[in-house]
Write a protein that binds this ligand. Structure first.
Ligand code: ZN
Length: 249
């Protein structure tokens, strides 16, 4: 099985279309949440993903935008975006967001999916220290997670701990990097953010998990970032949400 794993689309339809095109034919799609918030196309992105994704877990922005959680704790820009999104969501899409399950969810014999940490959906896994306890406690070999908007992850092989950060060379091209995830190793894998990368690379991020070869491929793909920025400005969302997209942070 070739599985497209994506996260943190954040209403960026331009980035999502580029990712779906670059991923090509896949056997399944796993969506790690934060489908809306920040971008100008919340309805369009939900309607594109609803029939495609075999598994979806909710993100913190999904919860706030559909009214399940308050925006307390969000910075002013994120709050303004959540408020705008809530006003523009169609009622059926709002209900779909409200019904999304909380992670982690088991997705296969070796795998599960979560928005944040597998220990708590809102926890950020940024450092090895954050990864330490989930890597040991999780009931399967691989957890795919998002929330940080940083592609990469952490691995544990017996007593050897590693941080995974794909290294790429040309930010104008599509690039990919494949790692082995053999049985007997444990991995926390972040496919990165489709719609608002924050790892200093503006290209849309995703990952492909191949369960036959036991490999994961980290991918970056250029997209029409000017189009996404123009749409954000046209609907009156905060300027920072447009400018940060081309900086990748
Ligand atoms: Zn997010």
């Amino acid at each position: 099985m070739r599985i497209l794993v994506l996260s943190d689309i954040h209403g960026n339809l331009h980035a999502l279309e580029a990712v779906l095109l670059a991923a090509g034919d896949v056997d399944a799609v796993w969506n790690l949440g934060d489908i809306v918030g920040y971008g100008a196309f919340p309805n369009e992105v939900i309607e594109r993903m609803r029939p495609l994704a075999d598994l979806t877990v909710r993100g913190n922005h999904d919860r706030v935008c559909c009214g399940l959680s308050s925006s307390q704790g969000f910075n002013p820009v994120a709050s303004a975006a959540a408020e705008w999104t809530r006003r523009h969501l169609r009622s059926d899409n709002m209900q779909w967001l409200r019904d999304l399950p909380m992670g982690p969810l088991r997705s296969g014999d070796r795998t599960m999916v979560a928005h944040g940490s597998p220990i708590h959906e809102d926890h950020y896994v940024v450092t090895m220290r954050d990864a330490w306890s989930p890597l040991q406690q999780m009931p399967c070999d691989i957890t795919f997670f998002g929330h940080t908007h940083v592609q990469g992850g952490f691995s544990l092989l017996e007593h050897e701990w590693n941080e995974l950060r794909p290294v790429f060379h040309d930010r104008h091209e599509a690039e990919s990097m494949t790692i082995d995830v053999p049985v007997g190793t444990r991995h926390l894998i972040n496919p990165g953010s489709v719609g608002q990368p924050r790892d200093m690379d503006w290209r849309a991020s995703f990952a492909i998990y191949d369960s036959a070869t036991e490999t994961i491929t980290f991918c970056r793909v250029p997209y029409d970032v000017a189009g996404a920025q123009a749409a954000i400005r046209a609907v009156g969302l905060p300027e920072r949400l447009a400018s940060r997209l081309s900086d990748g942070r």
